[in-house]
Design a protein around this ligand. Sequence first.
Ligand SMILES: Nc1nc2c(c(=O)[nH]1)N[C@H]1C(S)=C(S)[C@@H](COP(=O)(O)O)O[C@H]1N2
Ligand SMILES: [Mo]
Length: 317
Amino acid sequence: MTDPDPHEKRRLDRRAFIRNATLFTATAAGLGAGLELLTRRPGADAQTLPEPVAQVRRPRPLGPYDTKEAVTPYRSVTTYNNFYEFGLDKGDPARNAGSLRTRPWTVTIDGEVKAPRTVDLDTLQSWFPLEDRVYRMRCVEGWSMVIPWMGFPLAALIRRADPTGAARYVKFTALHDPEQMPGQRRPVLDWPYVEGLRLDEALHPLAFMAVGIEGRVLPNQNGAPLRLVVPWKYGFKSIKSVVRITLTREMPRTTWALAAPSEYGFYANVNPQVPHPRWSQATERRIGEGGRRPTLLFNGYTQVADLYRGLDLRRNF
Ligand SMILES: Nc1nc2c(c(=O)[nH]1)N[C@H]1C(S)=C(S)[C@@H](COP(=O)(O)O)O[C@H]1N2
Ligand SMILES: [Mo]
C-alpha cells in the first residue's frame, strides 16, 4: 500500500529504534536479510473473504459501546496492519500470515485463578454469546481506523476463570512459533509478544476479545483466531493471536515497554497531551480520510476515566 503521508516517516522512526535497541543483537544488515526472507506470496492481492461467524445475526442496531463514525473499508483494515511476527511493513501481515494455522488452537487460562485450564478455542467461544462492537482504534504511530469487531467481553472470560483474591493484573501471551511466524526468526522484539492490563481495566465492559471482523472470522493478519481489543489504549496493547491468559499478582513485563521503556509505558492510554518522546500525539490520520483530526483523551472513551482517578497520566503513560 502506498502511503504518501508525512507521518509515515514516524513509523520508520519507530523501526529505526529497533535497529538501535540493545536487545537487537543482529546487525542492521542481518535485519535486511531477514526481511528478504519474509517472502512475498503471489496472489495476495486477490482477496478471498474469510468464512462467516456462525452465531451472529446481522444486521443489528448499534449498541451503547459502538461508534457511529464511518467504518474503515474492510480492504484497509485487512491490508494495513502491524503484526511484527509477519514482518515490519504494513503490507507484510496480509502477504505473510497465510502460514499461521488457526485450528486447532488452544488457550491456556492460568495463574491466580481457581480453575486453571487449557481449552480448545471453539469450546471457549461457545461459552459466550458473540457480540458486535464498532470501535475506534488509534495506533501509537498516529493513524486510526474504525473496525467492526465481533467477539465477547474479556470480563466474561475472566469471571468464568474465577480469579483468586491475589489477582491484580492480566497477562496475555501471543503464539511463539517461528516456523509459522517468520518474523520471529529474528530478534526484532523479545518473542513471544506479551501484553497486560490491570485487572480492573480488564473487567471494564469495553475490553473485548475479538474472533471476527464484519461478520467473518478474523483474517490471520488481524490476529486470528483470538485477539484482545482495548479501544481506549494505543493499538499495541491489543495483542493478536493469543494463546495464554494469566492472572498475576505483579504488573506483567510487556513487550513494547521492555523494548523501549522511555517510549512505551504499561498503561498506554491514548492521550493527546502526552507526546511520544519522538512525535506529538495531538492529532491522527484516519485511514481512508485526508488531513488529520484531533486525538481524544482515552481515544474518546471517557467512560474509562474512573479507572485512573488519582493516577498521574504523565508519569503512568
Ligand atoms: N502479537 C502481536 N499483536 C499486535 C502487534 C504485533 O506486532 N504482534 N501489533 C500491535 C499494533 S502496534 C497495532 S496498531 C495493532 C494493529 O491491529 P490491526 O492490524 O488488526 O489493525 O495490533 C497490535 N497487536
Ligand atoms: Mo500500533
